[in-house]
Structure formats: C-alpha cells, structure tokens
Design a protein. Sequence first.
Length: 411
Amino acid sequence: MKPVKLGIVGFGEMGKRHGREFMETSQGLASVQAVVEISDTKFAEGCDWCGCKPKRYTEPAAMLAAESLDGIIIATPNSTHYEMLKACAGRRTPILLEKPMDASFERVCDIVRFARAYRGPIMVHHVMRYAPIVKKAGELIAAGRLGRLCAAHFAHYEGGGMWHSFRRTRAGGGGMLIEKATHDLDVMLNLLGARPVRLAVLSRQQAYGGAKPDDLHCRDCAERLDCPESYFRNRENPGKLDVNISADFCVYAKAVDIPDNETCLIEFERGVIGTFTHCYFVHHDYTREYQLIGLKGLMRLSFTAWERGYKGRLTLAPRDQKDSNQEVYQFEYNNKIHYFGGPYVVRHFLDIIRGGAAPETTVEQAFAAEMIGFAAPEASRKGQFIKIADLMPKDLKSLWPRIRLAGGGPR
C-alpha cells in the first residue's frame, strides 16, 4: 500500500495528537511530512510527542507550495480555521478540519461556502461519531429497536480544564456550545436523523472568571498549591494516556466570558424534542450520559471516566422495562480520548485519500450542529425560543432543508 504524506496546519495540542494517531494507527503508512507552526515551543513539543521531525513552515501557503501532500489536517485554534482553510483554495487535496469549524458564525458560514466550491473532499473531525459505542447505538436505531424516535436527552459533565486555554473566551473558542458540545450535538442530530427547528437556552457563568490578571499562568501563581482548579493538580489522568495539554492560563481571569453551566431545550423536525445540558465545574463517574427514547423503548449511553475502569456502557430497555429484558453492551477505550473514535477516523480519512470513500462527517452536517451553539446566546439573551432558520444568511437558507443527516431509524 502506497505511503501517505500528511501536512498538519497547527502542531500544538490537537495537531500533534493527530500526527501521532495517524502514524500509530496506520503502522507507519501515514507520515507527517510537514507542519505549519509559528511557536518554537509547540513545534519542539510536537516533534517529541510524535517521535519525528517534519519540515516546518510558518504559514500554510508556503507549505502547500513546497510540499507534495496526500492529505491536509487543519488543527490550529478555532478562531483561525477559516484563514488556514483559505490557503487551500484551488486544490483537490483531501482535508481533515478540526471541530468546531471556527469560533464565529460569520466565518463558519464562509467555511460552508468554501466547502461548496472546493474540488476535493473535506471531512470535519467529529470523532465521537466514530466511537464504537456511538456506532452501536446507530446500528440498533437503524434496526428499529427503538421504533420511531421521540426524544433525546444528553448531558455532559466536565472539569475546568478547557478554561486553562484559549477556549476560555468567546473570541478564542466560541463558547462551550461551539467548542465542546459540538461533539454531543453532532451525535444527537445524526442519531435522530433530524435537524433542529428552534431552541430555548439558559446560560450561566457561575464558577469561572473573576479579577485575576489575564496573563496569569498556574506555574507563576502563588496560590497554585491550594487552588482547586490548578492545572498542576488536575492534569494527570491515568485513564487518558494520549492527553498532553500544556496550556495553564488562570481560570479566574478577567478575560473569561463564557458560560460554564448551560441547558438547551430543542425542538427537532418530525415532532422530536430534546435537551442538552453541560456543567463544567463538576466531576461525575460518567463524563457523558445520553438517553434516546422511542415508541418501543429507551436507550442509555454512559461514557465513563477513568474512575470506573474506563469502560463505556450502552443499555437498551424495552418500553415495558424489566431488568430481564435489558440488553447491555460494554466498550473498552484502550487509553484513548474521544472514546476510541480516533483510530476509526484515521482509517476513514486514509480511505478518502485513496479515493475509496467519501466524508461521513461533512461540513454541512457540522453546520447543522454548530447552528445550535450559535443560536444559543441569542436565545439566552432574549429568554425565548429562537428559530434556527431565522439566523441563516440568505444565500445559505436554501441549503438548510437539503442537509442530510446520518440516522433516524423508522419513521
């Protein structure tokens, strides 16, 4: 099989992880040929993390002009994705774009327009959709085990690690309904097979933010030994061996402006209703818990944290629920984040590069999920339901009804 040469734009937290995962999963078939990284420190950390030293550039145009690449991975901070993507205009090279697509609604719309004109395939890194536990859920729904779907209730529990990085501001990360919940909302939409129609949101900033200097780092803070959110107290997680986050900004800085506790009430097509809630200042035995309800029964997905041995659990219960009738499936995560979805992303993207597959996690599907996050601040501010279609730019309104999601089961 022909070796695959990759170029990675952004060799920091996610970029280096992509490089290592592609090399390990492909057993060396895929190599990191070149990277774009302006930081000497991040480049050195990435080389050490991946065990290689690719050619280094400081801007994507220079890398693309000099290198013959089979695939491009864009993994810079959220707010720069569109700028990096524009450098690929006029090419056909397959692109793996980190999620969320960008941090602002305007730039995400520009990415949708770019993707419609781009001559090559663009796959969004919605890695959780590739996790075996989610794939199994999709198979059971498609087989009609829940019957017609009626409701979905998703919850995400997390610590404050995201607030140590650029994600702690709306300008940098777009807010957690864009930065983090995009994983959950993409899974929700594609298991339901239904687009969101309208939503109402309650948002609160209750734990993070404050009066600390914006340039304060945990490593320089006199309170780091006692602070419950110190990066140094929370960075070690023995169940996630492929995590290596070096950002240690103070979570109590003045710049912090995003909610850390939010709940959405969502109406979907076909009368389906749903809720999504996330809270970032609590830890739970399960990092995520999903419930999908159909006329035939209920499915629960519990994505466990490492405290319980790092196994996920899917339970399928019939409508007349009795313990003896439940089906239970368990999933090992093999010390990988995103519930072991990454290796399957690698295999699929390599198939795309070889011309044997098309993207499953498309830009248009990502747009559908991210529209919830972009509508949320307006819904929260007004204290009323907001219709998704009302926020669409005129040139994209006709696209919305044609977006095809992945699942949904019997109707």
